[in-house]
Design a protein around this ligand. Sequence first.
Ligand SMILES: Cc1cc2nc3c(=O)[nH]c(=O)nc-3n(C[C@H](O)[C@H](O)[C@H](O)COP(=O)(O)O)c2cc1C
Length: 167
Amino acid sequence: MTRRILIVFGSRFGATRNSAEVIADLLREVLDADVIVRRPRALSRSERRLEGVDAVVVGSSIVMGRWVPGVRRFLERTDFEGKRLAIFVSAAGVLNDRTEELSIEGRRALAVSRFVDPVLAAVEAKPVTVAALGGWWRLFGHDVFNNWDEAMVQGWAHEVAREFGSS
Ligand SMILES: Cc1cc2nc3c(=O)[nH]c(=O)nc-3n(C[C@H](O)[C@H](O)[C@H](O)COP(=O)(O)O)c2cc1C
């Protein structure tokens, strides 16, 4: 049973932070877990070593095709042996892209293959679930687009809860 969960996120414009908080609330409610939400630089030494942590969610903003460097480093340098791991990215541009005539599920899968799979090649651990979630692009206080969808985040968080809660 998962008791203590660490969520490590990196956000440039706020969508990944919102998603991390929604995921944290749902995991607290469904799993009755102790959930800590941190940016990489705020991690204590023992949190960085995952001491007393049963499972980890890692989330990164994608801008110009790039992860937040500190989150990517955390993923690549941490030993997840014996821990459950779930990974998400906020890839609002790909989720918004209608040029390829894909469904939203198809666009989410495309974002995972473009932004998550290459990073996983450098990570020892196999995540129990991965996802691409939405976000926004704002200019001068106005949305150029906004596909952050709380129901989509909660849907994936339920999957994380199932994976983390199973024995
Ligand atoms: C300058 C800029 C570049 C972006 N590049 C990408 C991209 O390469 N791929 C993508 O899917 N989304 C891209 N986006 C959309 C981001 O994924 C979106 O802004 C998201 O909310 C970022 O997460 P954050 O709010 O947690 O920083 C870009 C947005 C901006 C403003």
